[in-house]
Design a protein around this ligand. Structure first.
Ligand code: HEM
Length: 500
């Protein structure tokens, strides 16, 4: 018998047995969702492209909790923030976990607790102030890059957070030609591709994971990728350890982790993972947020001008903005929140899976279900955010709890950083980095839609974007025009650079 035929038969039997066992295990009140095919469920209905939009349409039709089945695997999509918060925090009987065991995507348990504690040590609001110097340096580098090669803006907005988080993690700045940055970005891109549901056949047919190694090439591939990460982050983290012996007071995540290794009970390998996780989790999301900001400014020039008027009232053209007046600029504060709301970097957050059966609002959420909080849908809930597709910072100009705008946290008022005990531990640092980059760019440049040869503005469409765990706009035609010769001079070396 031919090997291809026997492998095919083997696979086929696995799929049928798996499907039958799953099918007959169904019980409880059915969770609403579209009609499905008896054999493949919704596998061919759920699009791989712009999945968040598809779930948005389903939620209008079937309500805030919906279920789809991709060949035997259940996905529950939540469109209501209260449900996402409840399922992430309150239901102690069930852990909603990430379904990927690498890096920060760990299941609930001791290792996750230790890693979250370590992240907290490095990223709590009290500590984050210590990273302002790096944020000033890297955001100034962004301005210089935009002034020098404005047509490469897309790359500069990717480089800024990558370089910033790299410096924060390993305590050294990187150059454009740095091979470590290139290797880390390659790992990041592979990760973002791999974590997307349905990116591998085994995600669609989980039963395939039961196959032996010689029939599962993806397993060997995953091991190679994992080893590559460990090698890179291990080398960088151990490099920090060596430098600590010579450089007193070296400030970076890896140094903090080595200092607290015994207290936090971390193994060497965990330290490698944590430092690397910060890079993976913090780079793409931050870069995407800034690219959506650029698009919003091109599409809503009046909003940009309003923010610039506020900045100009506080910082003159010879003084680079810094954090000292953050709370005196409520419109800019609201604008940063609106960027995160308008186009969340991770519209379907990070998928989690339940490790035990749970009852919620009369529905049975079975063990092994992947739970997806749709941040996109929550940010386009017209009751909470009227006219939600329009970019409008004004919506954040009056806080419902009576606090003054700008006195609260940039991470509040929207759901861009996730929920409950898995909420983004980098939120305080990320929002400060986003704020300084946005305010400095608006202080220095007008962002204008590029014109074609006939002098007409070229098309910019928020619908032109990538699909995946994180969603970035595809490159769009904008120009960065320095606002005055003094602004430019300050960026490229003037006296206002006392605060880098
Ligand atoms: C604007 C930038 C950022 C956005 C929009 C963002 C958003 C998110 C979201 C939506 C999650 C999933 C939360 C959940 O599962 O409920 C997450 C998780 C995470 N983020 Fe961020 N993030 C940003 C920047 C950062 C930065 C700068 C770091 C670190 C330096 C970071 C570290 C992490 C880690 C480690 C996790 C996983 C937490 C866990 O699974 O327990 N993030 N982030």
């Amino acid at each position: 018998m031919d090997i291809a035929f026997s492998s095919g038969a083997f696979l086929g039997s696995f799929i049928i047995i798996y499907w039958v066992s799953r099918r007959f295990a169904s019980k409880g009140t059915p969770i609403p969702g579209p009609p499905s095919h008896p054999l493949v469920g919704h596998t061919f209905q759920v699009p791989v492209i712009k999945t968040w939009k598809y779930f948005e349409r389903l939620s209008h039709q079937y309500g805030p909790i919906i279920k789809v089945t991709l060949t035997g695997h259940n996905f529950v999509v939540l469109s209501n923030a209260a449900d996402a918060e409840e399922l992430a925090s309150i239901h102690k009987s069930t852990s909603y976990e990430s379904n990927n065991l690498r890096l920060s995507l760990l299941p609930y348990g001791d290792m996750l607790k230790r890693q979250r504690a370590a992240f907290h040590q490095m990223l709590q609001p009290r500590v984050v102030g210590g990273y302002e110097g790096m944020q000033y340096n890297e955001s100034l580098r962004l301005l210089v890059d935009l002034a020098t090669s404005p047509t490469q803006y897309y790359r500069h907005f990717q480089r800024f957070p990558a370089s910033l988080v790299f410096s924060l993690a390993f305590g050294e700045a990187i150059n454009d030609d740095d091979k470590d940055l290139a290797a880390a970005l390659e790992i990041l891109n592979t990760f973002v591709r791999d974590i997307n549901p349905n990116s591998h056949l085994v995600d669609t047919f989980p039963v395939l994971d039961l196959l032996p190694d010689f029939l599962s090439p993806w397993r060997a591939e995953a091991r190679i990728k994992h080893q590559r990460e460990i090698d890179l982050y291990g080398r960088l983290s151990l490099g920090v350890k060596t430098r600590m012996e010579k450089e007193a007071g070296l400030e970076c995540f890896a140094a903090r982790l080595w200092e607290q290794q015994a207290k936090l009970g971390l193994s060497d390998e965990e330290i490698f993972y944590i430092a690397g996780s910060a890079f993976i989790a913090g780079t793409d999301t931050s870069s995407i947020t800034l690219l959506w900001f650029v698009m919003a400014m091109a599409l809503y020039p009046e909003t940009m001008k309003k923010a610039q008027r506020e900045i100009d009232a506080v910082f003159n053209s010879a003084t680079l903005p810094d954090f000292s007046r953050m709370h005196d600029m409520p419109y800019c504060f609201a604008l940063v929140k609106e960027v995160i709301r308008w186009h969340p970097a991770a519209p379907l957050s990070i998928p989690h899976y339940s490790d035990a059966e749970d009852q919620y609002k009369g529905y049975t959420i079975r063990k092994g279900t992947t739970v997806i909080p749709s941040i996109w849908r929550m940010h386009h809930n017209e009751e909470e955010f009227p006219d939600s597709y329009t970019f409008d910072p004004e919506r954040f100009l009056s806080n419902t709890d009576g606090t003054a705008v700008g006195d609260d946290s940039l991470a509040e008022g929207h759901y861009g950083f996730g929920f409950g005990r898995r909420k983004c531990p980098g939120q305080h640092m990320a929002t400060k980095s986003t704020w300084i980059a946005i305010v400095r760019v608006l202080w220095a440049f007008n962002i204008e839609t590029r014109q074609d040869a006939a002098g007409n503005p070229m098309k910019i469409d928020p619908e032109d974007c990538t699909s995946g765990l994180t969603v970035r706009p595809t490159e769009f035609p904008v120009d960065f025009v320095p606002r005055s010769a003094t602004h430019l001079e300050t960026v490229t070396g003037g006296e206002g650079r006392t605060k880098m």
